[in-house]
Design a protein around this ligand. Structure first.
Ligand SMILES: O=C(O)CCC(=O)C(=O)O
Ligand SMILES: [Fe+2]
Length: 236
């Protein structure tokens, strides 16, 4: 693994995807714990307005907050730490690990940026670990628009528009995707029984720990802690 080259690619494209980063046994262990936690029919947690406007239905779970120690293994992986450091520099810090679960028939996630992009120094880094294969049969592929981490706020428009520059990521069990929080991204609708991804979010030095409180969609800015639309972008 050429860490410097990967970091360079990350800063050019706003993301990188590395297949086979984690071994199958660890991924199977994570997947088993995740499915045990969610069961077959987890309740949905966002309010109506968010659902209707953002076209996003994902149920989050924070396993490390519940003392699930196995989830520390990824966080302590030396290659994982070295790659993070090469991208963010010294003084970076972990935010939280969040499992995202979506059921069959879920719309996935609309185009968004995880945090406001006005200040280029302030962003979250998504470190996405995939514990199952995601492809055109399962649905739920992750779409990204390369280079958009450099360009400010996502354009106003159709929340699920097919964008000519979009790239489709089909991560496999064990794939690591590093994705800049300002890079435009979206998740396609889910056809399989469920879709799971686990995000070890972190941020560079001097970034507030509430950096991901506000998410930027093509139609609004949404503040998660208060479940409110802080800006309606359809009238911008
Ligand atoms: O689950 C994914 O592939 C991406 C989810 C996402 O939007 C994020 O982690 O910020
Ligand atoms: Fe996101």
């Amino acid at each position: 693994m050429n860490i410097e080259l990967l970091a360079k690619q990350f800063w050019e494209q706003g993301y990188i995807s590395i297949d086979g980063f984690f071994e199958n046994a660890l991924m199977d262990n994570y997947q088993t714990q995740i499915i045990e936690h969610f069961g077959d029919d987890p309740e949905f947690q966002h309010n109506e307005e968010f659902l209707k406007k953002s076209n996003t239905d994902v149920i989050p779970w924070f396993p490390q907050k519940e003392g699930k120690d196995q989830f520390d293994i990824v966080e302590k992986d030396q290659r994982f730490i070295a790659l993070t450091e090469a991208i963010l520099g010294s003084g970076w810090c972990s935010l939280y690990s969040m499992v995202m679960f979506s059921k069959k028939g879920s719309q996935g996630q609309a185009w968004h940026q995880d945090c406001p992009p006005e200040d280029k120094q302030q962003f979250n880094l998504n470190r996405l670990v995939y514990t199952m294969d995601i492809d055109e049969n399962t649905g739920g592929q992750t779409l990204v628009v390369p280079g958009t981490h450099k360009g400010g706020a996502i354009s106003v428009g159709d929340v699920n528009e097919e964008l000519p520059e979009q790239c489709v990521l089909s991560p496999k069990k064990g794939t690591l995707v590093l994705l800049h929080g300002h890079t435009w991204h979206r998740v396609l609708p889910i056809n399989s029984t469920y879709r799971v991804s686990t995000n070890y979010r972190c941020c560079p030095a001097n970034t507030p720990s509430n950096i991901t409180d506000t998410c930027v969609y093509r139609n609004m800015r949404y503040h998660f802690p208060t479940s409110t639309v802080t800006k309606d972008r359809t009238i911008e």
